[in-house]
Design a protein around this ligand. Structure first.
Ligand SMILES: Nc1ncnc2c1ncn2[C@@H]1O[C@H](COP(=O)(O)OP(=O)(O)OP(=O)(O)O)[C@@H](O)[C@H]1O
Ligand SMILES: Nc1ncnc2c1ncn2[C@@H]1O[C@H](COP(=O)(O)OP(=O)(O)OP(=O)(O)O)[C@@H](O)[C@H]1O
Ligand SMILES: [Mg+2]
Ligand SMILES: [Mg+2]
Lengths: 227, 227
């Protein structure tokens, strides 16, 4: 369970304060499929980085399965991230001089999974996103959409309990978008909690619940009627 | 005028050949507004890189305003790119340790525009994309959509005759997408040739002509009826 109470985030640059999040309250139950929408710059990625323990709030509290995240030291945070959370970054964040396969293996290396099993699971994850023919390509030998799918395969390979995906289909065409969303629905049906950021109505249509942001605040939080 | 005849592009990796473009014929007249669509991996970015003289075809010929591009040396190509072509990359390609303003000034520095005029034109370009309040931010202090808008402002700032935009609205919400497309239509009305890659029907709807790719080939090339 994700339990966010009165969380604010303020960035201080040279001469100005940017209030990216303004006292946000949000609870997400285990096994939910939630879409977060909102204009460019409204605080969606900032929230996802906090939920994924990649960034700390300026104010307020965040509990993950009842445990206050601010009480965890870096070692425990790193273990929590590696074993419980899969993250698809908005900017992909692939390792440039590594193949698609090696990129997907990275979280398994941190998780001390033996080499043969690592390779098998990474290959399977790449096949599930339609990249069976591109495993040896480096990021700069892949198209934009293919790079995004490598990032998705990497986030799924550890079979996390929580999948956080920030605009996971931004570089994909409508057909591939549907394929990836069906994959996320399979993972959701098997019990995974999935939180995704999107500005595409086609993607939000798959979610059970849609949370909308505007200027750092939640302006609506509704069950998705169309599902 | 862009005149592409029987252009192919083959990437050779360690053990396999990837045919990204297969004998493509395409002519784009001055002042057209053309959208290129197609599945992920179908060759769209490869074509844009060739049109923008950032990459060379493996086979076939490319003439820009009647001049065979393969006959130009690197100095002439660089001058042609800087003065005639604006490019919005699919991966933004911003300079990390530079502000948004400095990033937009880069093409004007190459074009030897004096400092005061440079600053004025870069500020105006950033305001046109709605980033008047973020000029001093570095790329890692901007949201995904804001970074994309900096890349758009940089491509427009030299007032090129040809604007090439590769998924220019991939990180933008529907409202901002409309704002950017209206901006592109203004530029098009003032005589600029605009070629954009998109997988979003909302964006293709603005174009005069829609060219569709599949597996490295053009499968359709039609006037847009809905405009
Ligand atoms: N440097 C390279 N070496 C090998 N293959 C490459 C290289 N660059 C691209 N490719 C391959 O060429 C094909 C075309 O890539 P391209 O980037 O043009 O696709 P795209 O249509 O832009 O796709 P997307 O919508 O995902 O951005 C892809 O299958 C890709 O894997
Ligand atoms: N390191 C930083 N320093 C200063 N301001 C920042 C920083 N990171 C983000 N911001 C600002 O915080 C606000 C929220 O950014 P965020 O990345 O959460 O937006 P977003 O909703 O994900 O937008 P997009 O849809 O464009 O990705 C933006 O206005 C952005 O300029
Ligand atoms: Mg974002
Ligand atoms: Mg591309």
């Amino acid at each position: 369970v994700i339990d966010i109470r009165a969380v604010s985030k303020v960035y201080r640059t040279s001469d100005v304060e940017v209030h990216a999040l303004r006292s946000v309250d949000l609870t997400i139950q285990r096994g939910e499929l939630v879409a977060i929408m909102g204009q460019s710059g409204s605080g969606k990625s900032t929230l996802m980085n906090i939920i994924g323990t990649l960034d700390k709030p300026t104010d307020g509290s965040y509990r993950l399965d009842g445990v206050p995240v601010e009480d965890l030291d870096e070692t425990n945070l790193a273990r929590l991230r590696n074993q419980k959370i899969g993250f698809v970054f908005q900017s992909f964040n692939l390792l440039p001089r590594h193949t698609a396969l090696a990129n997907v293996e990275v979280p398994l290396v941190y998780g001390r999974v033996p080499k043969a099993e690592r390779k098998r699971r990474a290959e399977e994850s790449l096949r599930r996103v339609g990249l069976g023919e591109r495993m040896d390509h480096h990021p700069n030998q892949l198209s934009g959409g293919q790079q995004q799918r490598v990032a998705i395969a990497r986030a799924m390979v550890t079979q996390p309990v929580l999948l956080l995906a920030d605009e996971p289909t931004g570089a994909l065409d409508t057909e591939m978008t549907d394929q990836i969303m069906k994959l996320f629905c399979d993972l959701h049906r098997s019990g995974m909690t999935v939180v995704l950021v999107t500005h595409e109505p086609q993607v939000a249509g798959y979610a059970e619940r849609i949370v909308r942001f505007r200027d750092g605040r939640i302006v609506s939080d509704e069950q998705n009627q169309e599902r």
